[in-house]
Structure formats: C-alpha cells, structure tokens
Design a protein around this ligand. Structure first.
Ligand SMILES: [Fe+2]
Ligand SMILES: [Fe+2]
Length: 309
C-alpha cells in the first residue's frame, strides 16, 4: 500500500449495474441465461474490487417480467451486499419493470406513479428518473416529471448531481433500439443545461456505451444478464452470453470517470513484480512518479523499476 498516500482518490464511488432481467422461478432468460447467477457474480466483483462504494446504482430492467417474487429475490441478493459495503441502494425501473409491483416490493408503496427519487450520499445527489412508460418499451418523462426535475435542480448539491435513467438520451447504432429510445433528449438537455448535473447513468442498450447530452457525459452500463453483439451489422439484433459488465463510476472534485468491469473472472497474474514493488516501497512519495515512469536504456533495462517481469 505504499502508493496510497500519493494516489488521487475520488470523493465518491458508484457501482453502476444495469439490466439484471431477474427471473425468480429458476427459468433461464432466453432459455440460456441464469439471471440470478449473473447478478450474484456481478456483485461479487463489486465487492472484490475493495472500493469504498457509496452507492449501488441499478438502472432498470431489474426484473424481466415484473414478477413480485423477482423483486423480493432482488432485495434478498442486493441488500446484504449493500450492507457489507455501507452503500446506499439506488433502484430505478426499466421498460421490463412495472411500476406497481416495483413500488410495492422495493419501496413499500402501493402506487403506479413514476418512481422518481432523490438519494443524497455525503453531498452527492443522485436523482432517479423513471423513464419507463406504462404499456411501452420506449422511454420518456411526463410534463410533471420534467417539472419535478427542474424544481429539484433549482438548488444545487455540494458535490453536484448524478442522473440515473434507464433509457439513455443518446443515439445507439441499432435501428431497432432507436425505436425504443428516450423520446425527448433535447428537452432533457435544456432542463439540465444550467444545472449541477455532472453525469447521466443509463442502461437499456445491453452494451457499454458512452456519449454526451449537451455537455453532460452519458455512461451506459453493459448488461449484467446478456449483451448485444456489436460485431454484426446494425440491422441485426443479436444477443450473446458475454461479455457482461458493470461500470465503476468515480466522482472526483473536477471530473467523473467511468471504468468497465467485466462480470466474468479471468485468470490473473501480477503485472508488477515483487522486486519492483519492494523497490517502490523505498522511494519517497514525492519521487515515485519519476522513479516509476523513467525509461532506461536497453543495457539498464534489468534495473528499470517499471519493468514488471
Ligand atoms: Fe434490458
Ligand atoms: Fe430496457
């Protein structure tokens, strides 16, 4: 842990998972995917990072068919992890969810109103926008929801705001998914343009994707359940069992950084040798960048501290 003092740590860490499509009856999604196993595997990887996660954000399509038992299973799986991490849970509905069972099982409310919410974690405001439209798979916000958002954003938060919305307000390459996208991105752009919104976290596409809405970055988490195959022509919509992932969102004072974390574990090996690690232990923090970064001549390559093997 020699580098801890000199490394730049974020003010807030978010683990952003999306599109669990959880099924509670033991059946497999598309006849192939064990959704419960996928969610458990993703959360194991959240914990194995050792990151001080402030919030677990689950950005919709929490369940595949809005089975109340699936929401109960979701809580049973996610809540103990959040407790161990000391993290807030931010639930957001998607087009595969249904408002009433979601509200009843996750929030204890018997309503079919949109589930827009504000969660504040140590000065960072996370606003969930329920972009699911009852009876439809595409997304949008009602006039009331736009008005509510504008009222919330009228006052800024100490560390700014992260918006969570299932349908990303960016254009994805698939013409099929374009028929199911967010209806009024320009209107949302105008509402947030003068606000403290620093990033938008979305799902729905089942791929990792990035874009901008005005000047606001949009981070789309790839599916935890299955993934859209990007390596085929855009007119086809093909699902694959991998590479499922989630996004590690690190909020710094001056920027927001998203990093993709694969759900599957792969064989690992040290990219840094014990010899180099031992050497760096002896280097004072102020000299670490120069010591680790410096390139050496071919003849001195054996002594290069950044040479890992
Ligand atoms: Fe989905
Ligand atoms: Fe979706």
């Amino acid at each position: 842990m020699v580098l801890e003092e000199s490394s730049r740590t974020p003010t807030h860490v978010i683990a952003h998972l999306s599109d669990m499509h959880l099924l509670a009856d033991g059946s497999r999604l598309h006849g192939r995917i064990d959704t419960e196993a996928q969610l458990r595997a993703a959360l194991r990887r959240v914990e194995s990072t050792g990151e001080p996660v402030d919030a677990l954000v689950l950005s919709g399509d929490l369940t595949d068919i809005a089975d109340p038992a699936a929401y109960r299973l979701l809580r049973e799986i996610v809540e103990p992890v959040a407790e161990r991490l000391g993290a807030a849970i931010v639930w957001s509905g998607g087009n595969h969810d249904e408002r009433r069972p979601l509200a009843r099982e996750l929030f204890g409310r018997d309503t079919d109103e949109p589930q827009d919410r504000v969660t504040t974690v140590r000065g960072l405001r996370i606003i969930t926008l329920d972009t699911a439209i009852p009876g439809h798979h595409d997304g949008g916000l009602s006039q009331d929801q736009f008005d509510w958002l504008a009222r919330e954003l009228a006052e800024s938060a100490p560390h700014g705001t992260i918006l969570v919305m299932h349908h990303p307000p960016i254009v994805y390459r698939s013409p099929w998914m374009q028929l199911l996208d967010f209806r009024e991105p320009e209107r949302l752009r105008d509402v947030i343009s003068q606000s403290d919104v620093r990033a938008i976290l979305s799902g729905h596409l089942h791929v990792t994707s990035f874009g901008t809405l005005g000047t606001t970055p949009v981070f789309v988490a790839g599916g935890v359940s299955y993934v859209d195959d990007i390596g085929v022509p855009r007119a086809r919509l093909m699902a694959i069992d991998g590479p499922q992932s989630w996004n590690l969102i690190e909020v710094h004072e001056g920027q927001v950084v998203g990093t993709v974390v694969p759900v599957a574990e792969h064989e690992t090996w040290p990219a840094l040798s014990d010899r180099v690690a031992a050497y760096m232990e002896m280097v004072p923090p102020v000299e670490q960048r120069a010591a680790f970064s410096r390139k050496h001549s071919q003849t001195a390559v054996e002594n290069d501290p950044a040479r890992s093997t």
